[in-house]
Design a protein around this ligand. Structure first.
Ligand SMILES: *[C@@H]1O[C@H](CO)[C@@H](O)[C@H](O)[C@H]1NC(C)=O
Ligand SMILES: *[C@@H]1O[C@H](CO)[C@@H](O)[C@H](O)[C@H]1NC(C)=O
Ligand SMILES: *[C@@H]1O[C@H](CO)[C@@H](O)[C@H](O)[C@H]1NC(C)=O
Ligand SMILES: *[C@@H]1O[C@H](CO)[C@@H](O)[C@H](O)[C@H]1NC(C)=O
Ligand SMILES: *[C@@H]1O[C@H](CO)[C@@H](O)[C@H](O)[C@H]1NC(C)=O
Length: 447
């Protein structure tokens, strides 16, 4: 998703290791349908079609338990405590945002594996494209210099849109670089290692002689570089589809807002890009009702509605208008009935837009945005939990900014999730560490 604010949760405790390759077991006897190799060919349509049943031994790790223990006393804490010893399963309420980037390099195989293990029903690929027009999972078109080790490959670094310039501590100039997926081919992209989203550039200037030059950046102390030292594998959309399908899970793919001038190479338009995403899923015989396409650009949503209605039916309009101008929030609220009339079914604003502080009662309640979306008949999804630092700090920062005065401990995250689920009525929630959301969903029967 778009927002690059560094935020999320604390505690460097989690899964001990990335999950092993899944052994897909389907409800029916589909043989090895879920097990074709990493570079395998797409399978034919499974006999009988329909959605596979995920069979994953879901493990949430200690973090949800820590959060429940950290909550203020009350009925919600009691309810969440009552589920502690029950087994947990995959939930369609739980969407993996970029894999599991609280602790694993974003959009890496290892991060997606961690998300599947933590019960995500849906796993996200933010889609960008390479110079040979192959689709790859990256949070933005031009983030390779801070989400991969491209700067440690001199031959590839030389292809960056803007080359690496070291910082100059003498005059206070920061280091810079700009490396886009479209600067390199798919094969070159696959030769990279994914790394934690980090402010690597100034570190690079200072530490050029270290063995991890270009690899390991300055990760916030509430995330970890633990899983970045070995090479985390970046993935194409095709790789990601095969991996997620192997787990029997569902998909969300975002057409990234272009940072590369379009049409690319003179003739590759934004519409071609939006269509290529759909065609990739079709080529793997993935049913449209298992794919949530998303975009911050309303035109992408309208394109899918007009050109591929089965996919357009559940396309998600990611709404960040409130962050772009001072009257953006109200403009967005006022536009919801019109968006619904134009065929948009699902709206996804950030968490803070959906809630507000009722200062008279000290309660967190649905915002005017949430009420208007309900009234317009729109389904609501939100982003992204576990992307803030510790909630003790500054009321949780960006994602909680509309209720900051009511947030003061990590356990408050569940208070907010509860309002979003029960009062706002969101059907799905993105998280950087899905175990937290999967725990809530299982406890409340949202599976
Ligand atoms: C995937 O989507 C299909 C169709 O909406 C649904 O039936 C199935 O339960 C979903 N699977 C998961 C794991 O959420
Ligand atoms: C700082 O020094 C670099 C050369 O190392 C130069 O390119 C840059 O323009 C200088 N910046 C300022 C603000 O003086
Ligand atoms: C450079 O590397 C040293 C030794 O590994 C480390 O202590 C220091 O924090 C690094 N500096 C930056 C800015 O990353
Ligand atoms: C889908 O498959 C067709 C036929 O093999 C191929 O021509 C097309 O390029 C593929 N499209 C995508 C987006 O992979
Ligand atoms: C609630 O109070 C806080 C300060 O205590 C204030 O910043 C916030 O705007 C108030 N919220 C509403 C909805 O009035």
């Amino acid at each position: 998703m778009y927002f690059t604010q560094l935020a999320a949760a604390s505690l460097a405790i989690g899964l001990t290791t990335a999950a092993p390759a899944p052994t897909a077991q389907w409800g029916g006897n589909w043989g090895n349908w879920g097990n074709w190799g990493h570079h395998g060919k797409p399978p034919g349509k499974p006999p009988g079609g329909g959605a596979p049943t995920p069979k994953i031994n879901v493990q949430l790790g200690p973090r949800p338990y820590y959060l429940v223990d950290n909550m203020d006393e009350g009925p919600l804490k009691k309810k969440l405590e009552s589920c502690k010893e029950e087994p947990k399963s995959t939930s369609s309420f739980s969407i993996s945002h970029r894999g599991a980037p609280l602790m694993f390099p974003e959009h890496s195989k290892q991060g997606y594996d961690a998300a599947a293990r933590m019960g995500a029903g849906i796993i996200e690929c933010d889609v960008s494209f390479t110079s040979d027009r192959e689709l790859v999972c990256r949070h933005s078109n031009c983030d390779l210099h801070y989400t991969t080790d491209i700067l440690a490959h001199p031959d590839l670094a030389a292809k960056c849109t803007e080359p690496f310039t070291p910082a100059n501590p003498e005059n206070g100039t920061a280091a810079s670089a700009k490396c886009c997926t479209s600067d390199i081919t798919l094969a070159e992209f696959k030769s990279l290692c994914a790394e934690m989203e980090a402010t690597t550039l100034n570190a690079l200037s200072i530490n050029q002689s270290t063995p991890y030059f270009g690899r390991i950046g300055i990760t916030p102390d509430w995330r970890t570089n633990m899983y970045a030292y070995s090479c985390a594998e970046p993935m194409s959309l095709k790789d990601q589809i095969q991996l997620v399908e192997g787990y029997g899970l569902n998909f969300t793919a975002e057409a990234k807002t272009p940072e590369i001038p379009m049409p690319f190479q003179g003739d590759y338009t934004q519409e071609d890009f939006a269509q290529q995403i759909v065609d990739t899923f079709k080529n793997y015989s993935i049913a449209a009702n298992r794919v949530w396409l998303q975009s911050f650009l309303p035109d992408d949503i309208f394109y899918w509605i007009a050109n591929d209605p089965a996919f357009g039916e559940q396309a998600v309009y990611l709404d960040e208008r409130a962050d772009l101008s001072t009257d953006g929030y109200q403009t967005a609220v006022d536009s919801l009935p019109d968006l619904a009339a134009r065929g948009v079914k699902i709206i996804a604003p950030s968490i803070w837009q959906l809630i507000t502080a009722d200062n008279a009662t000290g309660q967190i309640v649905p915002s005017s945005y949430a009420v208007a979306a309900q009234k317009a008949g729109l389904e609501i999804i939100t982003w992204s939990f576990e992307r803030s630092g510790p909630l003790e700090v500054e009321g949780g920062g960006y994602y909680y900014e509309s209720v900051a005065n009511l947030i003061n401990n990590d356990g408050d995250e569940y208070t907010v999730i509860d309002v979003i689920a029960q009062k706002v009525g969101a059907t799905k929630i993105f998280a950087d560490w899905v175990g937290t959301v999967t725990y809530y969903a299982n406890c409340f029967g949202l599976v």
